[in-house]
Design a protein around this ligand. Structure first.
Ligand code: MN
Length: 128
């Protein structure tokens, strides 16, 4: 089975590096974007199995980027999981209510993160 592909959208370089390193170590193919504006063409080009979207981004935020992904037939079906540093139930509820397929809190759990991401990837049940 080929590697699961992930588009990771995160503007904080340290958070980006940690999440990318953890996922690559677990066998995922990772592409990255550091803004919502970068995420849209990257998602169109790669059509990844899952997108991890930081909610707080410069320029358009994660919610606005999600809307643009959903409006494009090429990217509309890709699962998009919110990443947020806000450990607040309201933030989680808002993310799910606005159409995200899941929600993961930062800081990520290095041990659990790959399994959490795999669980959200589109139609894949085996190992990446
Ligand atoms: Mn951010």
């Amino acid at each position: 089975m080929s590697a699961l592909s992930v588009l990771l959208v995160e503007d904080n370089p340290r958070n980006l590096k940690l999440a990318r390193d953890v996922l690559e170590h677990a066998g995922f193919a990772v592409i990255t974007a550091m803004s919502g504006e970068e995420a849209l063409p990257a998602a169109r080009a790669a059509v990844p199995d899952v997108i991890l979207m930081d909610l707080q981004l410069p320029g358009i935020d994660g919610h606005a980027a999600l809307s643009q992904l959903r409006a494009d037939p090429v990217t509309a079906g890709i699962p998009v999981v919110a990443l947020s540093a806000f450990a607040m139930q309201a933030d989680r509820d808002r993310a799910i209510g606005s159409g995200f397929d899941g929600y993961l809190m930062k800081p990520i759990s290095v041990r659990e993160f790959p399994g959490q991401v795999r669980g959200h990837a589109r139609g894949v049940w085996g190992e990446p």
